[in-house]
Unconditional design. Structure first.
Length: 193
């Protein structure tokens, strides 16, 4: 959320964005100095379903895939076996556009949350009704301030949500954040994706 954090908060399996200086090559390898490290999860919310055989769970209507490489917090001993329906989790993941699922890199339990959070691509949009879909879940943004422009199909959005659904069974967006950060203005840049 663009707030300062301590380096001790970085944990194995977190997904990060690193801003750094030029890469230098020496006889011992390549290196660069980080000037800023951003980290943030893709989902914070309650687990709606767990399929241990398939290695998946559902959070905020999104399918989260668990792999051998997924790091589980020490408060989830046994990995996916310790995840239960109704438990609040924070999921660090990479979105897979081909499958529409999130490949989890780290899963942590959360005791409570003031709001649910999700980052993902808009899969359906009704600007008249002020509703959208991300994955299998429906959202209302009728009362959300600072709606990003342009809000379009395929655009990545970061949303904060009320804990309760509206009368139509939709998640209520209380705020939008930056879904994808553009590269900074520099003389040189390297981009992979």
């Amino acid at each position: 959320d663009d707030g300062g954090r301590d380096r001790t908060e970085l944990k194995l399996g977190m997904t990060v964005d690193v801003d750094g200086g030029a890469i230098t090559n020496t006889t011992t390898g390549s290196s660069a100095t980080a000037t800023r490290i951003r980290f943030g999860s893709e989902l914070v919310g309650p687990v709606a379903a767990v399929d241990r055989a398939a290695g998946t769970l559902t959070v905020l209507g999104q399918t989260v895939k668990v792999a051998v490489e997924t790091v589980f917090d020490e408060d989830l001993p046994g990995g996916l076996a310790a995840v239960t329906v109704g438990r609040i989790v924070e999921v660090y993941a990479l979105f897979d556009a081909a499958t529409g699922a999130y490949n989890a890199t780290r899963i942590e339990p959360r005791a409570t949350a003031a709001q649910w959070r999700l980052r993902g691509p808009v899969s359906a949009l009704d600007t008249g009704a002020k509703t959208l879909r991300i994955g299998a879940a429906a959202f209302s943004y009728a009362s959300a301030p600072d709606v990003p422009a342009p809000l379009a199909l395929g655009a990545f959005v970061r949303v904060r949500l009320n804990l309760a659904l509206d009368a139509n069974g939709r998640y209520v967006i209380t705020a939008f954040g930056v879904g994808v950060r553009p590269p900074e203005d520099r003389e040189e840049a390297s981009l992979k994706g």
